[in-house]
Structures are given as structure tokens and as C-alpha cells.
Design a protein around this ligand. Structure first.
Ligand code: BV8
Ligand code: ZN
Length: 268
């Protein structure tokens, strides 16, 4: 069998499709794992526009809790390895489902965020988008700097109390309550991101599928689109997934151990 080293050495266009497993070793819980978020919360009760309209305070407390966790996390070696890949291949793109932005903190430039960015704001009533900076002015308790400066008990005490008392982000445009800048279930993905991701996947010589359970659509179709155009698929995941049978190479290990190893092979 051709070694993965040769395949990568010849590759001109390389993509990475990543999911929550990429940030697991930064201390951010995944969605469907044993200690996953969805085990403690029900996604349809929280990550949908209906849930938000039903109980915006509950949904905002859940997101602020996650944003606090992310604000106090750092990229892990897997994020840095992906950033390094940007320079190792003539054409490279990191297609992520993650909303935590750790790939940005790791110096990544060539990425698309299929499911948005958790520190941005999105008004689902008038469509206005708020960048992370604009949103932190509108909703100071959602700013990274503030969240970095408080403990979990301040978060669950004072901050949650403020939200309960009605401190929420009201849209500058239409006055309605602004939600987090992520893609919820039932919402379509950002046109530009999905277009760029699908086009790039079709031209890939190699696509690395890192830390995703491959269940959420349409992201989970990206590896199959690449495969149909003869890409070599590489799965990096301690667990088996529905994508495993389509993969030419499988690393049944964590992203932060496999990715730096792959970089090492390339540099030899
Ligand atoms: C849409 C953002 C329609 C919010 C998220 C029935 C069948 C098929 C599809 C559907 C269906 N019913 C509904 C749908 C569509 C639905 C969907 O796919 N549902 C699934 C659950 C069945 N999809 C949608 O609704 C999408 N929109 O379809 O719109 C439409 C079309 C046109 C016009 C209008 C509307 C929107 C999907 C996006 C939802 N948003 N999150 C937030 O974060 O709060 S989903 C969420 O799941 C995250 O974005 C996450 O990235 C994504 C995927 O999960 P993973 O990243 O894979 O994470 P997971 O925990 O599952 O797996 C982690 C993996 O890592 C595991 O395999 C684990 O083994 C591994 N791992 C653990 N540790 C490590 C590791 N790997 C490496 N190293 C480690 N250390
Ligand atoms: Zn608005």
C-alpha cells in the first residue's frame, strides 16, 4: 500500500474537514461524545430558532456558558499543525464545523467556518450580522475579554442573574433580540462558505477528516464529494464513524497526536 507520506508529498490540493474533536483537547466538550454537550442538553431545545423565540434567556445562558469555556481555552497542537499545513501545500483549505474560533487563535488564515462563529451576533428578525467586536459592544457580557476575566461562579451567579433580569442584546436595527452568530438546526449554512467548501473539496487530492462524527448535514457530505472526485480520504478520530468505510487511511487516535506526526513526515 502506498504510504501516506508519498500521497501527501505529491498532493497539490489538500483540505481538512474538522469538527468538535479538533477542540476536544483544548477542553471544549464535543457534542455527541460520552461527556458530550448533547448528553446534558437537547440540541433541538437549544440550538434552534424556535427554542430561542420560546426562551431567549435560557438559550443565551447556554451560549454564554459555552463562550466562557471557549474564552478560557487555548488552541492545542492539532490547531497549530493545521496552521502549519497552510504553508506546506500549494493549495490548502481548512473547512471547519467548529464555532469556537480556536483555529483563528492558532494563526490560521485559510479557513471557512460552515457553522458560523460563536462570538458574532446574528439578528434573525432583520438579518443584521454583528462581528465579534460590534457584538461585544452591544452585549458586553458576551465579550471574550469580559468572559476571560470572570470565574464560573460569577458567570452562574451575577451574570446569569443579569440575563434573567432582562440584560439581553437588542438589535440596533429592528429592536428584536439578537442571537449568537452560529448556524442552528434547520437554518441554512452561509452561502459563500458552503460554496467555497464544496468547490475546494471537489478539487482535493487529499482530504483529512479530523474529529467529526460525520452525522450533521450538509457538512458530512463533503468527504463523499471529494471521494467521488478521486480524493484520498484520511480519517483522524479515536472512534469509528459513518465516514470510516470510505477512508483510505485511518488514524484511530487523537488529532493532537496524529496531525503533528503527519507534519513530521512531510518535513522529512
Ligand atoms: C440544514 C452550531 C436545512 C450551533 C450546529 C435527518 C437526516 C439528515 C439530516 C437532517 C435530519 N433532520 C434534520 C437534518 C438536517 C440537520 C442535521 O444534519 N441534523 C443531524 C443531527 C441529523 N442539519 C441542519 O439542520 C443544518 N441545516 O440542513 O438546513 C435548510 C436547507 C435549505 C434552506 C433552509 C434550511 C444545520 C446544521 C448545523 C447545526 N449547527 N452547531 C452550536 O454549535 O450551538 S451542529 C454541531 O454539530 C456543531 O456545529 C458541530 O460541529 C456539528 C457536527 O458535530 P461534530 O463536530 O462532528 O461533533 P461530534 O461531537 O458529533 O463528534 C466529535 C467527534 O470527534 C467524534 O467522532 C469523536 O470520536 C471525535 N473526537 C473526540 N475527541 C477527539 C476526536 N477526534 C480527534 N481527536 C480527539 N481528541
Ligand atoms: Zn434586527
Amino acid at each position: 500500500m502506498v504510504e501516506i507520506q508519498e500521497v501527501l508529498k505529491e498532493a497539490e490540493q489538500v483540505g481538512v474537514l474538522s469538527g468538535a474533536g479538533l477542540s476536544a483537547e483544548s477542553g471544549i466538550p464535543t457534542f455527541r461524545g460520552k461527556d458530550g454537550l448533547w448528553n446534558r442538553f437537547n440540541p433541538t431545545e437549544l440550538a434552534t430558532f424556535e427554542a430561542f423565540q420560546e426562551d431567549p434567556k435560557l438559550v443565551w445562558k447556554w451560549y454564554i456558558w459555552r463562550m466562557h469555556l471557549i474564552a478560557n481555552s487555548k488552541p492545542n497542537p492539532a490547531h497549530y499543525a493545521i496552521t502549519e499545513m497552510e504553508k506546506l501545500f500549494p493549495r490548502f483549505l481548512h473547512i471547519t464545523q467548529n464555532v469556537d474560533g480556536l483555529h483563528r487563535e492558532a494563526g490560521g488564515k485559510k479557513f471557512v467556518e460552515l457553522h458560523g462563529h460563536i462570538f458574532d451576533g446574528k439578528c434573525r428578525f432583520c438579518g443584521k450580522h454583528y462581528t465579534a467586536e460590534e457584538f461585544s459592544e452591544l452585549f458586553p457580557i458576551a465579550s471574550k475579554t469580559f468572559l476571560k476575566s470572570i470565574t464560573e461562579e460569577t458567570l452562574k451567579g451575577e451574570v446569569f442573574r443579569k440575563i434573567d433580569e432582562g440584560e439581553l442584546p437588542f438589535c440596533r436595527n429592528c429592536g428584536e433580540i439578537v442571537g449568537p452568530g452560529v448556524v442552528w438546526f434547520g437554518e441554512s449554512l452561509p452561502e459563500e462558505a458552503i460554496e467555497k467548501a464544496f468547490n475546494f473539496a471537489e478539487g482535493c487530492d487529499v482530504l483529512l477528516v479530523v474529529g467529526t462524527s460525520g452525522v450533521v448535514q450538509p457538512a458530512a457530505s463533503i468527504p463523499l464529494i471529494a471521494k467521488r472526485k478521486n480524493a484520498v480520504l484520511v480519517e483522524i478520530n479515536p472512534q469509528e464513524t459513518p465516514l470510516s468505510p470510505y477512508c483510505d487511511f485511518v488514524f484511530r487516535e487523537s488529532a493532537s497526536s496524529a496531525l503533528p506526526k503527519l507534519i513530521g513526515l512531510l518535513k522529512r
